[in-house]
Design a protein around this ligand. Structure first.
Ligand code: AMP
Length: 510
């Protein structure tokens, strides 16, 4: 089934139901939403020659147009390649090229330079609604099989190379159906607010809200602003949103400043990175029983485990602290196992690599059979996360074996930052690690050995870095060393560097 059928069904049943909101202003009901989607779909086919199975990239900030574009692309059976709007244009261009995208939609249509734009790929303004006349419109979405590709999502790999995660219409349907069963029931009175990037998990929560005829709200700031969010919730009511733990922390701070207690918010789904217990306690004290945690990854989007609202809110329950520190139990359509290094299951309580099997698990990495073979083993997705299951099936994450740094909810892979810094003529050796950061969750720290053994001007180094990579990946700190600690194979010991940072921060507060 084509997942765009859900929009088709809802607009037939409830054409006048409010659909798209720019801030508190309604910009489309479901009939208008679907009409715009058909217009855009017709233009894709007739003016740009996009066919079923073709890839179309979207490099845009959150907007109502974003949702229309997604559905237009699916309506004709094509594949969406969502690209994080915070990426450097050169990184975005690399993704568009690797995905063999025919078109790339951007804010304004002039984001990529002619030099960056891949051959045979055209850049278009995603906000330009094509005229109705001229092109025949498709009344129904083009039929698709459950296994047909719908969402080609690029997640950075530790090898430094971005990989395209292939998610099918069937994956997206399964993910969406888990939401009302495991995370939160949805009704037509709900409002999904997109405070986190639509190119990532937050955007994927659109489907179940389309299916149920709910409202879709893009904050006027097109991003995350806690005070704005509270205003929207108070005015619109029944608001649900996805937020990274660092966003929840900022919401709590703002709520305390203005005496807000969660009025108008139905549910805050958090995940994507660890939430510290002290922060969770404060969030529950501030917002009451409004929080649900999910654990997922691009390869099984938003859908590995869930820590339900009732567990999080019940602070009096015996053993609450260990349950609240877990990521909950398996969602309905997946099984979870913990594997040893030979990929054999280990008993409850023992640590190992978290593996997942089920209807949300990706079909593999785009044009990368080697990475697919290493990650999908005997039908199980190896997540690269380390954790353990308790006897009741609650999963606790203990480490991220991939060393990913999660800063402000965005993933930064040390290797790709290292690759860039290593290109600097004065840099001899470099190693990047994450450091706990009260505001951002983690921040990027680069240990650098220079050729001259003299420190570099960090402002200059930062400026140089920003000509090559997105600013959220920029190291917040550069620490110059004479050498880096290594094991007997010559591998740099990141654990030693992290330990050094920890000791330095303890010494600093003494
Ligand atoms: P991504 O593929 O960008 O969504 O990143 C997925 C990774 O984020 C996972 O493999 C975990 O390491 C981490 N992650 C996701 N959800 C959680 C969570 N609830 N708690 C802790 N870490 C998480």
């Amino acid at each position: 089934m084509n997942i765009a059928n859900w929009l088709h069904d809802t607009q037939r049943r409830a054409p006048q139901r409010p659909a798209l909101f720019d801030g508190t202003r309604q910009v489309a009901d479901y009939a208008t939403f679907a009409a715009h989607v058909r217009q855009r779909a017709a233009c894709l086919v007739d003016q740009h020659g996009v066919a079923a199975g073709d890839a179309v990239a979207v490099l845009m900030k959150n907007s109502c147009d974003y949702l229309e574009l997604l559905y237009a692309i699916w309506w004709i059976g094509a594949v969406v390649v969502p690209i994080n709007a915070k990426l450097h244009p050169a990184e975005a261009a690399w993704i568009a090229e690797n995905a063999e995208a025919k078109l790339i939609f951007t804010d304004g249509g002039r984001v990529l330079s002619a030099r960056d734009l891949p051959l045979r790929c055209k850049e278009l303004d995603g906000h330009a609604l094509p005229p109705t006349r001229g092109w025949p419109t498709l009344e129904h979405p083009v039929p698709r099989q459950a296994s047909d590709l719908a969402w080609l999502f690029y997640t950075s790999g530790t090898t430094g190379r971005s990989k395209g995660v292939m998610l099918s219409h069937g994956n997206l349907v399964a993910m969406s159906l888990c939401y009302p069963i495991d995370v939160d029931p949805v009704s037509a009175d709900d409002a999904a607010v997109y405070a986190a990037p639509m190119s990532h998990g937050a955007g994927l929560y659109n489907f179940i809200h389309v299916r149920c005829g709910a409202r879709h709200v893009v904050p006027a700031s097109h991003g995350f602003d806690a005070a704005e969010l509270f205003g929207l919730a108070t005015e619109l009511g029944n608001v649900s949103l996805f937020a990274a733990p660092t966003m929840v922390k900022r919401m709590v701070e703002q709520a305390r400043r203005q005496g807000y207690r969660g009025e108008g918010i139905k549910t805050i789904v958090y995940g994507g990175g660890p939430m510290y217990l002290a922060d969770l306690r404060e969030a529950v004290e501030t917002f009451g029983p409004r929080l649900v945690q999910i654990y997922g990854q691009g390869e099984s989007p938003m859908t590995i485990s869930v820590l339900p609202r009732a567990v999080i809110a019940d602070g009096q329950r015996v053993g609450w602290a260990s349950l609240a520190a877990s990521v909950g139990h398996a969602q309905s359509c997946v099984e979870i196992r913990i594997l040893d290094t030979h990929h054999q299951p280990v008993p409850a309580g023992e640590r190992g690599e978290i593996a997942v099997r089920g209807a949300t698990v990706m079909h593999g990495y785009w044009r990368n059979p080697e990475a697919t073979r290493q990650t999908l083993v005997d039908g199980w997705l190896l997540t690269g996360d380390i954790g353990f299951l308790d006897p009741a099936g609650y999963l606790t994450l203990t480490d991220r074996s991939k060393d990913v740094i999660i800063t402000g909810g965005s993933n930064v892979y040390p290797r790709e930052v290292e690759e860039v810094l290593a290109q600097h003529p004065e840099v001899f050796e470099v190693c990047v690690v994450g450091e706990p950061d009260a505001q951002w969750g983690e921040s990027v720290v680069a240990f650098v050995v220079t050729r001259s053994a003299q420190p570099l001007d960090t402002a200059e180094l930062s400026a140089w870095f920003l000509t090559r990579m997105a600013s959220f990946k920029k190291p917040k700190k550069y620490l110059f060393r004479d050498e880096l600690p290594k094991n007997s194979y010559g591998k740099i010991l990141k654990t030693d560097l992290r330990q050094w940072l920890k000791e330095a921060s303890i010494a600093a507060v003494r």
